[in-house]
Ligand binder design. Sequence first.
Ligand code: AMP
Ligand code: TRP
Length: 332
Amino acid sequence: MEEKKTIFSGVQPSGTPSIGNYLGAIKNMSAMQDGYRSIYCIVDMHAISVRQEPAELREKTMKLLALYLACGIDPAKSVIFVQSHVSAHAELAWVLNTLTYVGELNRMTQYKDKIAKHSDNINAGLLNYPILMASDILLYNTDIVPVGQDQKQHLELSRTLAERFNSRYSPTFTVPEPFIPKVGAKIMSLSEPTKKMSKSDENENAFISMTDDEATIMRKLKRAVTDSDTEIKYTSSKPGVSNLLTIYSLCEGITIKQAEERFCGCGYEELKEKTAESVIKILKPIQQRQKEILLDKEYMRVVLTEGAQKAENIARKTLSKVYRKVGFVSRT
Ligand code: AMP
Ligand code: TRP
């Protein structure tokens, strides 16, 4: 039997995940778990690169775990764990730091965006963030990384570091490929549809959070910015309408073309209302399951303990290999 390929992905427990996170990443993480050896992480160490309130970080970590489970990520099929539980992530990151040029980090667009946004806290963690991400991925000999479009540049750096280590020492790491969905890789802001939908947007009307209730979803979508024309068509000159068509088609499980056909001759009001209804249809059962899971603290604890153990077993092996190759003396 052919061995399954490995997929790895992570989401930060900061903010409340948006439908952008869901449609761009979490949905695929859930869909892909049957065909692959899948490892899914809650990257709390990445989250502290911007200031977090400790009690809130703890709460958001558990909420994200419950969301993973509610979205169908199944601990019987996937390894689910919290990054800070497996110390090999920080340890490999140090080794990879010594292989990364500062110039490579300075070029990262997410870093540039973040230092502009958090000008009062330009800490070294923000700069080194993509090295920790490479460490997450490379520890598990990952073949494929399902992410949204915004992570493509970080993935490129992970590939570069894997190749650099392999050529400087000897073949060690699998060079990972990104899996970026053709539709949904970049869900746009509802109020500025040329910008990415971000869960940390100051304007709450710009994104739909995974925990928004029906009335809020309807209100936000009804206020979504479109344009002064009336035609419902997927085209770059209509970013607002195209974004709604994208969201609608993903929630309905149909193509963009089929969505355009459904709305042929309709007005924007109808597009917005129908999109809201299809988002509600997807989110309602997820929200219900997430609530139930959050009540079962013992279950969540078991999932995390077992997940950390499984992740640790794989990660330790890779880290030992790396330590040996760079010339560290063995402890035993
Ligand atoms: P983060 O919230 O930054 O931890 O992102 C978690 C995952 O969601 C990553 O794979 C991102 O690429 C993806 N993602 C974030 N925002 C969007 C968006 N607006 N559209 C599609 N994917 C997104
Ligand atoms: N940097 C990713 C984000 O902000 C989260 C992340 C951390 C990640 N480590 C990862 C994603 C490894 C994929 C694989 O969205």
